[in-house]
Design a binder for this molecule. Structure first.
Ligand code: NAP
Ligand code: GDD
Length: 331
């Protein structure tokens, strides 16, 4: 039975990946930080087969212990401070966890893996945020980076240190440059889920409106469930390489609003949405659109869920969740 260790297992991608690997027959270990992390209970209820190990990307010794306990064949480093807006106000923390945390995990793997016959394979969660002020359209594996946030800068370090450990020590270490991917498990702080949750609540009479920042930004949005499969495929290749994972389509926040409100029969969302400068960022990433040709040709990977299907799935999920909360409150 192959063994995998996932950092960030309590996050959106960590949950999808843990389920995917479990279905593939893996023994799955999930790294969880904090002495009393409230998210542990929820994931253990949902995934009773998950082996929880303690560890923090800020603490090398805890990572060595976690890797030693799990003895994984594959490590997926998904843990990060991942919210771009938060990274502007917590730049040092973001650099430490999303940047140096990658180096610590690579060193933990070298320390524990160096004593084993079969090497540990490593996946780093790189991001389209590294392209930032994009130098070309669409973005590929060869597009230069120009990050626009402390988060993007930290991820560029994580990306290059992964490449450096591959080249310096012959490690099987690769990065997936994933464009935005969403779904019902997306954190409420991200724009897609903020919108679908608000649409559901407005429809149910629980909320009057929604305050957003920049509505003109464009993103290449896919479904998280499709994207975790690409992470796994990257670690099944003969040699470690980096891949862009994207749908090849881009849509503005306005287009997302069009589809989300239409799901509850509202064609004109303007009366419900206000623009609030608190949600603008000191520097913005205006346009992301990826070219995943390499992943299609070499991994046989393609996205399955379309943009309209994604929006519909998220609104339906939030309607269901909010209705269940209302029913529970009535009891
Ligand atoms: P997410 O939902 O925000 O999850 C982040 C995870 O990181 C959480 O499980 C969190 O644990 C964990 N974490 C935070 N600080 C940590 C620390 N000090 N030590 C160990 N774990 C820590 O993010 P996501 O959307 O699933 O994304 C997964 C990864 O892919 C991230 O690295 C993100 O930057 C990257 N990425 C995401 C996208 C996307 O569109 N979703 C695109 C490209 C790249 P707690 O629950 O304890 O806070
Ligand atoms: N969060 C948020 N809240 N974003 C808003 C809002 C708002 O009220 N209003 C407008 N936006 C705009 C942001 O300015 C940004 O241009 C866009 O919506 C998307 O914001 P997020 O959903 O927060 O995602 P992100 O693109 O900044 O970052 C996500 O994708 C990256 C991959 O490109 C995160 O998952 C990152 O971790 C990931 O690396």
């Amino acid at each position: 039975m192959p063994r995998a260790l996932i950092t960030g297992v309590t996050g959106q991608d960590g949950q999808h990946l843990a389920e995917f690997l479990n279905a593939q027959g893996y023994e799955v270990y999930g790294l969880v930080k904090g002495q009393n992390n409230p998210r542990i209970g929820a994931i253990v209820d949902e995934m009773p087969w998950l082996n929880v190990v303690q560890g923090d990307l800020a603490d090398l010794s805890s990572l060595v212990t976690a890797v030693d306990q799990a003895q994984p064949d594959e490590v997926y480093n998904l843990g990060a401070v991942s919210f771009v807006a938060y990274s502007f106000t917590h730049a040092e923390l973001t650099g430490d966890i999303s940047g140096l945390g990658v180096l610590r995990m690579l060193d933990a793997i070298r320390m524990v893996g160096g004593m084993r016959d079969n090497p540990i394979r490593f996946y780093q969660a790189s991001t389209s945020e590294m392209f930032g002020e994009v130098r070309e359209v669409p973005q590929t594996e060869m597009t230069p980076f120009h990050p626009r946030s402390p988060y993007g800068c930290a991820k560029v370090f994580g990306h290059y240190i992964t490449m450096n450990y591959r080249e310096s020590y012959g490690m099987y270490a690769c990065s997936g440059i994933l464009f935005n991917h969403e779904g019902p498990r997306r954190g409420i702080e991200f724009v897609t889920r903020k919108i679908t949750n608000a649409v559901a609540r407005i429809h149910l009479g629980l909320q009057d409106g929604l305050a957003l920042g920049n509505l003109e930004a464009k993103r290449d949005w896919g479904y998280a469930g499709d994207y975790v499969k690409a992470m796994w495929l990257m670690l099944q290749q003969e040699a470690a390489e980096d891949f862009v994972i994207a749908t090849g389509e881009t849509h503005s926040i306005r287009e997302f609003l069009d589809l989300a409100f239409a799901e509850v029969g509202i064609d004109d969302w303007e009366p419900y949405v206000t623009q609030d400068p608190r949600f603008l960022r000191p520097a913005e990433v205006d346009l992301l659109i990826g070219d995943a040709t390499k992943a299609k040709e070499r991994l046989g990977w393609e996205p399955e869920v379309s943009f309209p299907q994604l929006v519909s799935m998220m609104v339906a999920n939030d309607l269901d969740l909010e209705k269940r909360k209302m029913e529970a409150n009535l009891r």
